[in-house]
Design a protein around this ligand. Sequence first.
Ligand code: FE
Ligand code: FE
Ligand code: ZN
Length: 290
Amino acid sequence: MIIGSHVSFGEEQLYGSLKEAISYNANALMFYTGAPQNTVRKPIDNVLLEKAISLAKDNNISFDNIVCHAPYIINLASKAIPEKWDFSINFLIEELNRCEKLGVNKIVVHPGSSVGITQEEGIKNIVEAFKIILSKTNNVTILVETMAGKGNECGRNIDQMAEIVNKVNDPRLCVCVDTCHINDAGYSVNSFDEYLNEFDQKIGIDKIKCIHLNDSKNELGSHKDRHENIGFGTIGFNALYNVLINEKLKSVPKILETPYIEINEKTKIPPYKEEIEMLKTGVFNKDVFK
Ligand code: FE
Ligand code: FE
Ligand code: ZN
C-alpha cells in the first residue's frame, strides 16, 4: 500500500515535508514547491536536501513515491494573454528543473481552463504547451490531472484526457486521477473498474502514475470540485478503499488532499494520520475526528 497526503514545503523544504509525512505514518507525499496560488519560489537548499535524502532512506520512503504539484494558477489552455501563456510554460520548465534537483521525478499539473475559446482550442494549446515543456526538460514526468469540469476546465472526461495524452505522445506525459474530480465529472467511483476499463481502452492504464484519493462534498456529475474527508462524502469509504487496494494500481502512490478538520474557530488540524490509519486497516470510523 503506497499512501500519503499533501504536505507543506516550508522553511525546511523537502526535509520538513518528509517529517510531516512520517508523522502521519505515510510512505508517500505530495508537496507544492511554494504557495499553490502563487509562483514565488525559493532556491533549493543542498544541506536540507541531504537531510531529506537520509530521512527518506531511514524511513523506507522511496523518492518514486514523492510527488510535486504545480501551482494551480498556471493556465496552459488559454493564449488570451500570450505573455501569460509563455510565463506558464517557462514557470513549469523551472518547476521541472527544481524537481530534478530534488530528485523528485513526478509533477502533477492541471490542464487549464479554456477561457473565451472552445474546449478543443484549449486542448490544442495544452498539447502545444506540454510539447514545448517536454522538449526543454529531461527526466521529470508530467502528470496531467483529471478535472471536475468546473467552469471551462479542460480534462473533464476520459476523451479529453486521451486527446491531450495521445497527441503529446511522450512517455514523460502521464496522468494523475483524482477520485473527487472524476466523481464531480460524472464517473462513479463505485464502479471504478468501468472507469479503468474505458481509461485503458482510450489512454492505457499504465499512464496512471498517481491517484488523488479524495471524497467529494458534491453529487456525481456536479462539476464542483470540493474535496471531503475520506468516508464523509458522496463517494464513501468503501469505494475509496477499493481504489486504494486495486491490484492494477498497486505501485501507484495514493495521495490524500482532503480538508483540514476545524476543531474550533481558530484551530484546524490535518486529518491525514487518522485517514491513513483507517485506510490501512480498511475500517471506517465515523467518530474518528470527535
Ligand atoms: Fe490538483
Ligand atoms: Fe487533485
Ligand atoms: Zn480538486
